[in-house]
Every structure is written in structure tokens, then in C-alpha cells.
Design a protein around this ligand. Sequence first.
Ligand code: HAM
Length: 430
Amino acid sequence: MIKALRGTKDILPDEISLWQRIEAIGRNIFNIYGYKEIRTPIIEEASLFIRSIGDATDIVQKEMYVFSDRGNRIIALRPEATASIVRAYIENSLFQAGGVAKLFYIGPMFRSERPQQGRQRQFYQIGVEAIGSDNPFIDAEVIALSARFLECLGVKKFHVKLNSLGCQKDKIRVIEKHKENFRPYLERLCETCKNRFDKNVLRIFDCKEDSCKSIAQNIKAESALCDDCAEHFEKVKVGLNAIGVEYTIDNKMVRGLDYYTRTVFEITQESLGAKDAVCAGGRYNNLVKELGGKDTPAIGFAFGMERLALALDKAEEVKNARCKVNTFVAIAGDALYNEAFKLLDSLRMAGISSEIDYDTKSLKAQMRKAEKLGVKFVIILGEEEFKSNKVVLKDMEKHSQEEIQLDKLIAELCSRPGLEHSYTKKVVDR
Ligand code: HAM
């Protein structure tokens, strides 16, 4: 039997309402904050990611899916979306509209990582990018948006960690300081980190090897922000304080992608453990220029949707909000099958979700099926009642039933709690 590839997953109908909820609430709040959706291709030239994420990063070194196509072009499955969006911003001259280009995206990303809970090879991200301003209040807006999104979803017990890496010159100074800090331990580092020591010493802080982790823990945090970057960081904090977004400063946070400058942040959530971030982001003030555009500052974030779904799955109110079928049409006697089929269609056309048992068995078996679906009402078509144009409406929650005139059924259902949003008028007009 052919199975899904390791690290990939089918999102099954039972789980999908959770995903749709994340997407709907995301689209809504991003729109409120002025972000418009962008969809970029899943495949890009591999060089786009090598140049932006950095050739010494884990993503580029060992996690990127790269292949050459029939024209011998070197193609990558996108490991993240920021680089693609910056490419699209430059290629489509989105800067011409002036101001800040505020974009959001939802889609699959690919990284060949060791699969585990909340870590997959194909995973989904939902994120935003604000391209065109270095104003620290944009940083505060973007960070606040990520926290407000979680609040709207009903995710609790999350924690925003904040740091500033400074500008390119500051980053170089920090790298030099850390080289001196790690030099005495060089021999005790793993082979990958020995290599990182030369190429990008900050990556050592991300190493998952126990020996490297214990060395990194004892290295003191280095901050070498120039006056401008220090002032920018202070203003980000002022902005966040002004609107009551809680955060803690973590000046050992370095992030796994090289394009970051100045503000970086991560959000962890209690049910996922402190190790795995549900959201991460930051400024990348040099990336647009690096990829051939004008000097344009930018900032953004991405949530891992599997991790969001894991955090949400535990929230009781979300479980209860899962969408259900509202009504079930049951038939007492095969002769009424055609009438039942017509009624089913009318209910659906009126916006009332409805089911029927196509393998008609006994009325008892149909009732069991209705119960399993968790419907609010069962409409029973019995031969005697139908002769006088009536059906039996059974309220499954109240355990009561009544006879109802067939032509009044839909209006009656639409007046019941939970079904009042159905499109009564449309059917009454028909
Ligand atoms: P990232 O930290 O590489 O940043 O990923 C962002 C989020 O995607 C992570 O915090 C995590 O929730 C999720 N994620 C990453 N890898 C996996 C995986 N293998 N399986 C499941 N979830 C995963 C970025 O991708 C940046 N582009 C974020 C950004 C946007 N920075 C600025 N703008």
C-alpha cells in the first residue's frame, strides 16, 4: 500500500473545521489591520532562499527540498514564504502603490526535518509581511497583531519573547564577541558547530546536541546595539506597553534565518512546550535590497498552523464549536424516498445542513445514524402523515416531537435557536 510520505499528513474531514476556523479568524483580523492576501508559487529558484535565508543555516544546509527540473534549473520547494513575498514585491513593483505594502499569506512550506509532534516536512504557515517602513510602531503593530490573533482564536497561556539583533554592523560586532566567547570550547563543539563557528557562530545557540546546548547556556548574552538600534528597540517596547501587549526580553534569541535585523520575536504556548514556537518573526531591513530591490525596511511573522491546531485542539470551546449537521430526514417506508429526496434538497437550498440515509434501513437504524451525527432535528416522513401533507419534527435535544405542515417546515426550522441564520426568505420566495 502506498502511504503518505514521512513528515507529511492528511488533514481529515474531522480536523478541517479547526483549520478553517484558524484561516477565517486570520483573514478577518489581518483585514482589520489592513493586510491583503498574496499567493506566491510553491516552487522558486533555489538561489532565492540560499541568498535570503543564508547558506550557513540549517534550512539551506540540510532541510531544503531541491531538485533540477527538465530544463536543468535548480528549483526548491519553498521552506518559508518571506523570501518569495519579497521577490514578488520587487518583481510586481508593489512599492509603486506607495506607503507600506501589507500582505498576508496562508500555505504549505517544506523542510526536510526529523518529523515529530508539531514538526513536519510539509507544514502550513499563516503569516504577514509589512514592507516599506522602519517605524518602530510598525514593529509594535505586527507583534500586537500576532498576539491579538491568538486571543481571537481563544488560545491562552502564550508568551511573547522579544530581542533586537541590531543592524548589520551590530550583528558583526556580536558575532565577533561570540567567537571569542565560544573559542575556548571549540574542541568540545559538535562537528556541525565547529563549522558554524567559522560561518555563523550565532547558529550554535540553535544546536540541539546536548553538549553544545550546555556550552551555549553558559555563554553570556551579548548586546552591541548602536545608538540608533537601541533607540528603535526602546520605541518598540514603548509601543507594545502603550497597547498592553505583554512580552519578555530574551537577548539570547537569534532565530534560524540569517536575514533578520533589529527586532526579532517568538511566541511559545504552554501546551506545545517552551522549545517549539507557535509563531516567529522579525525585521529584515536588508532583504529587499539584497534581492535586487531598493533599500526597503520590512517586518513580518509566520505561525505554524499545525502547532496552532495543536494548541487550539485543547481549547474546550473550539471542540464545541465544530460544525455539525443540523437536520436529518428519516423515512418510514420506501415509497416516500422521492419525496424525502426533494425535501432534503429544499432544506439545503434554505441553508439548513441536512443528511439522509442513502442505504435506507429501518426507522430505528436511521434514528441511530441521526444521533451519531449529533443533529438537532429529525424530520420523519411517515405514509399516514404525508397523505395530509404533514411531517413529524423531532427535537433531539428536548426529546419532544410534533406534527408540522410540510409547507411551514422550513420557516419553522429557521425560527429555531441555532438555525436562525438560514436563508428563510430565499425558500419562502421559491
Ligand atoms: P520560522 O521560525 O522558520 O520563520 O518559522 C515560523 C513558524 O513556522 C515556526 O515558529 C513554527 O511554528 C512553524 N514551523 C517551522 N518549521 C516547521 C516544521 N517543520 N513543522 C511545523 N511547523 C514549523 C519563518 O519561516 C519566517 N519566514 C517568519 C517570518 C515572516 N519572519 C519575517 N516574516
